[in-house]
Write a new protein. Structure first.
Length: 109
């Protein structure tokens, strides 16, 4: 998807916070939803750093996934994150890799 289509889509994804109380989230205003999105990026970042990747929010509508060498791609939502990570790194990226889990546990989460 091109960057413009990513901005115009606005359809939302099941991984995004819902605007209604009690529907996947307690967040009912845009500031709280934004804060939740930032927290999801931070959690994903802890896992992705194991593979030499970084994730950042882009316009609160997509994510930018990048390698340490600067190669990057736009990811529509967190559902597509692992496929994009494997494409960028050229190797499997398993969030359940025992070495990754050990590293996360050693770091306290």
């Amino acid at each position: 998807m091109c960057a413009l289509c990513g901005v115009l889509d606005g359809g939302g994804d099941w991984t995004d916070a819902a605007a209604r109380p009690g529907v996947f989230t307690r967040n009912v205003d845009s500031l709280q939803r934004r804060r939740e999105r930032i927290n999801r990026v931070a959690c994903a970042q802890k896992v992705l750093s194991f593979y030499g990747l970084t994730l950042s929010d882009w316009q609160a509508s997509s994510f930018v996934l990048s390698t340490l060498t600067g190669k990057s791609c736009l990811v529509d939502n967190l559902t597509h994150l692992w496929a994009a990570a494997e494409t960028l790194t050229g190797r499997p990226c398993d969030p359940l890799d025992p070495r990754l889990i050990e590293r996360l546990e050693a770091a306290g989460g």
